[in-house]
Design a protein around this ligand. Structure first.
Ligand code: FE2
Length: 701
């Protein structure tokens, strides 16, 4: 039997490399023993949601030819030894045909803080790869936690090689810094292939599989063709197809094999920018059920069996198919913007994923669902300029977004009939709408009570989208604001509920609440204020957002919106060659977000002296670090006195880096000491390794 410490010692000592044929963790990791060629485990194995006495284990089996389409019986073996010589569990598990031969086992009766190895055996003895996982500490133990955070992986835009960097770094990390969990904050997959995306050197991205074929998710089994030429997933078979493709990436598969994950979803697991079962005024109730089912099949997590949490209530629930639904157009909104129409209700309630997890006495994790109960986005689709991406082409005045979010409660219950959008007077389509909630009433009440009653040192919200305000300085335009809003699909589109949450935490004196998130395809460290538009905003919690694994980094995505806007294009992307920057595209967006438009514009031209001169101190003062051409992940190291967060940026994942993985380009480290009730957090810059992000680390004025 090996402790976790011994385990890592073996791997880092080279012992495993020398004896690869008899050890599961190198060499044999993806190639299972194959007895008859009839069974395969093409998506490997995975584990998730560790609890002190249980863990969720997962695999998927393929059986060729399986003309009968029958359930397959597998044997699950679990051991405390890496070679599985003596097993503590040996039991039959079913891979049902109606779950696409996926298996999720909630395995109980385990010991806390213990490493387990496991595999699945097919009827002919063919073995899956051997997975490694562990249980969490006893609830009253104080054990440090290192949680990696990943988000936003796009199969055709990049290899998932940042995971390989994480795995390799972890082998040589000291015992107290080794990764215990990988939290995935959503956009585990994208419902479509991106087309015509370039890398940071303006080369067209074209990825290949090991056999030389193009790395693509096309063709879908079904697929819906969009007017812009894109095809998106639209059926259960399509979503299953996506998960199979995505998990076949060897680096992602390896990460799932080696670490327990904690998953939440964002929008792309179904449809860009969806809310409840809607997108704009269209409904996708059957599609929401299909996406929920596929997520449940491929993303192991404890729902029915989740820890009840500090308030003794667990709303999480396994997927149950509600039967065929009518895609009903006519909504029936309640005061929280929840559509009570029965087909919408059945669709969104076919699963419930928000839940609590606990890491001893040190950390409570609150995983939220920011999609299934939210009201329509801050700025309605009806009044957005709809191009390839339905975003405003200019940042919006926060007061406009506030009016949209407030609906019928705007202006003390007298909402304007007309609003001005991009210089045009348009009907206020929200004048009769309820206030837009992002969490929904029930989840919000649960989250508030959970935060209030948690006795853990650290209380962490796993957020699918950042809380932080992203203000864009357009004060160089006549009447322009210093803090315009671009992204109303995230919390910036729901400012009223953000204030409510932050004031709740502040007024109840709940210390050491932290948000971990992703979604924006960039690294950010920031404070969340009680009221960004108030006279004296107070920082309530810190937030750490990780860059994407492989979805286009922020400046590439933002460039698709702003490149034809002569006022804004150079505030996002500058001339890298003029700066001697490693890539042709340089991230002037960093400076736009931290120092304002004029500093960014000078940087775009390569004039860093002028960029320095033009710095303002009143632009997003809450954002301390913005790294908009980064790919990678972050690791949050929780201790009793301090939380330290390492932001790791890797080489752009558009090359094949093999088992070495992409190199680290930089690491930026911030820390926050635990703070007391009634106090405010203070983020400290700790360290920069590698090249500095272009004007991306706020320096004291
Ligand atoms: Fe994303």
């Amino acid at each position: 039997m090996l402790t976790r410490r011994e385990f890592f010692r073996l791997i880092s000592s080279g012992y495993v490399l020398l004896t690869a044929s008899t050890t599961p963790f190198v060499g044999s990791r993806l190639v299972a023993s194959d007895k008859s060629g009839r069974f395969r485990f093409p998506q490997g194995v995975a584990s998730a949601d560790p609890q002190p006495s249980s863990i969720v284990l997962w695999t998927r089996v393929e059986h060729t030819p399986n003309v009968e389409q029958t359930d397959t019986l597998l044997t699950l073996q679990v051991s405390k030894e890496e070679n599985l010589e003596s097993v503590v569990i040996d039991q039959a598990v079913k891979a049902p045909v109606d779950r696409d031969y996926t298996v999720r086992v909630v395995l109980g009766g385990l010991e806390p803080s213990t490493t387990y190895c496991y595999r699945f055996l097919a009827p002919d003895g063919t073995s899956s790869p051997i997975g490694r996982t562990w249980t969490s500490p006893e609830h009253d133990d104080t054990v440090p936690l290192s949680a990696a955070v990943a988000s936003c992986q796009h199969y055709t835009h990049g290899y998932f090689s940042p995971y390989r960097r994480l795995i390799n770094d972890d082998v040589v990390a000291s015992e107290d810094r080794k990764v215990d969990l990988i939290i995935h904050t959503g956009d585990f997959l994208y419902e479509m292939d991106f087309v015509d995306i370039t890398d940071l050197n303006r080369n067209k991205v074209s990825l290949s599989n090991p056999d030389g074929s193009q790395r693509t998710v096309m063709p879908f089994p079904d697929g819906e063709k969009k007017p812009n030429g894109w095809t998106i997933a639209c059926s259960l078979n399509d979503f299953r197809h996506l998960y199979k493709k995505y998990i076949s990436d060897p680096d992602l598969m390896e990460a799932r094999r080696l670490y327990p994950f904690v998953y939440v979803w964002d929008d792309h697991e179904l449809l860009n920018d969806y809310w409840q079962s809607h997108l704009g005024s269209k409904v996708y109730q059957n599609r929401k059920v299909d996406a929920n089912q596929a997520w449940f099949e491929f993303m192991p997590c404890a729902l029915n069996s989740a820890w009840k949490g500090p308030v003794g209530k667990n709303h999480a629930k396994d997927f149950v198919h509600p039967g065929p639904l009518v895609d009903e157009q006519e909504p029936m909104f309640d005061d929280d913007y929840l559509n009570l129409e029965p087909n919408n209700q059945k669709a969104i309630n076919s699963i419930s994923i928000y839940r609590s997890l606990k890491w001893g006495k040190l950390v409570d994790l609150f995983a939220i669902d920011g999609r299934s109960y939210r009201g329509d986005r801050g700025v309605p689709k009806e009044i957005l300029s709809v191009g390839v991406v339905p975003y405003p082409t200019d940042p919006l005045d926060p007061a406009f977004v506030e009016t949209m979010n407030a609906g019928r409660t705007a202006n003390n219950g007298n909402p304007p009939e007309k609003v001005v959008y991009e210089g045009k007077e348009v009907d206020n389509v929200r004048k009769d709408a309820p206030v837009g909630s992002l969490l929904g009433r029930k989840q919000k009440d649960w989250l508030k009570r959970s935060l209030e009653e948690s006795s853990a040192t650290w209380k962490t919200v796993i957020n699918n989208t950042p809380f932080m305000r992203f203000g864009f300085d357009v004060s160089f335009k006549k009447g322009g604001t210093t803090g315009g809003i671009f992204w109303s699909d995230s919390w910036d589109g729901y400012p009223i509920e953000r204030r409510e949450m932050m004031k709740f935490i502040r007024d109840h004196g709940i210390p050491n609440v932290v948000s971990l998130t992703g979604d924006r395809h960039a690294h950010y460290a920031a404070y969340i204020y009680d009221d960004y538009d108030g006279d004296n905003p107070v920082s309530v919690i810190p937030e750490f957002a990780c860059a994407s694994i492989s979805a286009p980094c922020r400046i590439l995505s933002q460039n698709t919106v702003t490149r034809n806007n002569p006022d804004l294009a150079d505030l996002v992307v500058g001339d890298g060659e003029a700066l001697g920057y490693p890539n042709k595209m340089s991230p002037t967006l960093n400076a736009w977000q931290i120092y304002g438009a004029l500093s960014a514009r000078a940087a775009a031209k390569g004039d860093l002296v002028e960029a320095e001169k033009q710095k303002r101190t009143d632009i997003n003062p809450h954002i301390l670090y913005a790294d908009n051409d980064a790919y990678g992940f972050l690791i949050a190291h929780y201790g009793t006195e301090r939380l330290e967060v390492e932001f790791v940026s890797t080489q752009e994942p558009v090359q094949k880096y093999g088992d070495d993985g992409p190199s680290q380009i930089r690491k930026v480290v911030y820390s926050v000491d635990s703070w007391g009730s009634g106090e405010a957090p203070t983020l400290k810059f700790k360290k920069l390794e590698g090249e500095e992000p272009l004007l991306g680390i706020r320096k004291p004025a």
